[in-house]
Design a protein around this ligand. Sequence first.
Ligand code: TYD
Length: 215
Amino acid sequence: MQDGLFISFEGIDGAGKSSHIDGLAEALRAQGRAVLLTREPGGTPLAEKLRTLLLHDAMDPLTESLLVFAARRDHLQQVIEPALARGEVVLCDRFTDATFAYQGAGRGFDLRLLAALEAWVQDTGEGRVRQPDLTFWFDLPPEVAAQRLAGSRAPDRFEAQPEAFFRRVASGYAARAAAAPARFVRIDANLPRPAVAQQVQAAMARRTGPAGGAP
Ligand code: TYD
């Protein structure tokens, strides 16, 4: 059995990661890997209910952070850890870097408290803190993201934030990437879609070899 592989996808709203997640899933399946597609907040019935609250109900940043991590705990236990144990590739649309970027840098919430919650919630029970093996960071200037989002569907509580919020979120991602350079792959999302897809495929091949095996 191949080792499980945990891959997350990050970036500010409007960075355009969704279609590339689907493309990578297809490529990996074509190579014979079992792929599980999931997202945060969400990925389980309970976590999807919490997602609805997070995206639409007003709350303070501590409540927001606790709900994000509560959803993450359920998602890890019910879905992510079992899939990794089965040797699958887990492709997760956002994970904890989003919490540091949005709640931490965006809302200005205490990063030490977020780090404590991260260690607590992502404890594998074997003295390890679960982290993605690889994180694709779709980096796009906030003003370009704002243009892409303008006029699209009705914005949720995060998408409705001003550009200054997304500048802070983007700097939060940059800080997380700088702190974990071996895990992060920066994707220049300000290019035409085929060029972005090519960066994703190339980075994946560098990490896992053409057959999508263990890193
Ligand atoms: P997103 O992943 O962009 O989904 P969609 O493409 O359907 O809009 O939406 C999730 C939102 O949740 C996004 O604005 C970022 C926010 N978020 C946080 O604030 N903290 C988190 O920890 C996570 C995972 C997401």
